[in-house]
Ligand binder design. Structure first.
Ligand code: ZN
Ligand code: ZN
Length: 338
């Protein structure tokens, strides 16, 4: 029986889940951000201003959802120029569009005086001293999760972080595989940290975002959310469930499995890969006749996995178009594809 891995319910909505406005260090106002993204066909933007959670419910209407969120950071040293410091950057996405405070707010991490005006009384009363330590970072993630929030791990390459910094992270919802602001400045993230976490059985989802501060950072990485309707709750729940894919160009129309055959329908691409937790890769490449439908029979692979040969088996889809733009599905673990 055919089973849809990428949800087929509702519609796709284009989203940028990482942007900075003049509430923190972005150049544009929240209203300008909404206008320029809507002009490019986006329906959702998460306003992730640094260190402060400011709802923009006035921007949400029947054509647009403004997700309430923030980006928090913790650096490993303050005795030198920031360029020498490792840093954890996490986005926290709220299930409640009116949320104007969060439990791990650390006023000492705010470096922009004009952002102080957005500190609410509730927030002032709720403060936390974040430190660069894996146990504290995991506590911060847990506290956000306890408030129902989703947490993403941002741009590990720009953050100067390696396996030792992210391998023990727990409770993450998403991880950036592409960050336009970083990539356009030469810091290219990869899928390696994503696979490293997946191989531990951590069901983290792939993200491509803009992290826009200036117009030149806009319209690169995005996610396509499959949701029943364009409302805050419907979009948030689709994100929470992983009903989306990440992309810098190619579109995924369908990922399904039927009797051991994975079917992938896409916009025209030069490469379709179905990677796994091990070195098996199902791949098709055709640069002359671009691909829009690929079927991979993975029945023998599933039979092998049933023998318990791998600890946390999964499959995930990667696309590349002829210009080198990529798209990533989330990972589907064995219990979801069997
Ligand atoms: Zn950041
Ligand atoms: Zn950012």
């Amino acid at each position: 029986m055919k089973k849809y891995l990428l949800s087929n319910i509702g519609n796709f909505y284009k989203a940028n889940l990482h942007v900075h406005t003049n509430v923190s260090d972005g150049a544009m106002s929240p209203e300008e951000i909404k206008r320029i993204y809507m002009e490019k066909g986006y329906s959702v933007v998460a306003f992730t201003d640094h260190e402060i959670m400011v709802p923009h419910t006035e921007l949400t209407d029947e054509h647009f959802v403004a997700l309430t969120s923030t980006e928090i950071s913790t650096n490993n040293r303050t005795d030198c120029d920031f360029c020498y410091a490792k840093t954890y950057h996490l986005n926290i996405y709220s299930p409640d569009e009116n949320k104007n405070c969060f439990s791990t707010f650390d006023k000492s991490k705010m470096w922009l005086e004009h952002s102080y005006q957005y500190i609410t009384d509730e927030q002032e009363a709720m403060q936390y001293n974040r430190i660069y330590d894996i146990n504290d970072v995991n506590k911060v993630i847990k506290m956000a999760n306890d408030e129902g929030c989703l947490v993403s791990y941002n741009h590990p390459v720009w953050s100067l972080q390696d396996y030792s910094d992210y391998a023990e992270l727990c409770g993450l919802w998403g991880i950036e595989l592409y960050n336009t602001g970083c990539a356009r400045n030469g810091y290219f993230d990869t899928a390696q940290p994503f696979d490293d976490l997946l191989r531990q059985g951590k069901g983290v989802f792939p993200l491509a975002t803009d992290d826009a501060h200036l117009l030149r950072d806009c319209f690169g990485g995005f996610v396509m959310i499959r949701a029943e309707k364009l409302t805050y709750d419907s979009i948030f729940n689709a994100l929470k469930n992983g009903d989306f894919y990440a992309s810098t160009g190619p579109e995924i129309h369908e990922i399904s499995i039927d009797n051991g055959v994975v079917k992938i329908l896409t916009s025209p691409v030069a490469f379709v890969g179905l990677s796994t937790e091990n070195r098996h890769l199902f791949a098709k490449r055709d640069e002359e006749n671009l691909l829009t439908e690929v079927n991979f029979d993975i029945g023998w692979h599933l039979d092998m996995l049933k023998q318990g040969i791998s600890e946390n088996p999964y499959i995930r889809v990667t696309l590349m178009d002829e210009k080198g733009n990529t798209a990533y599905s989330r990972a589907y673990f064995l219990n979801e594809i069997n």
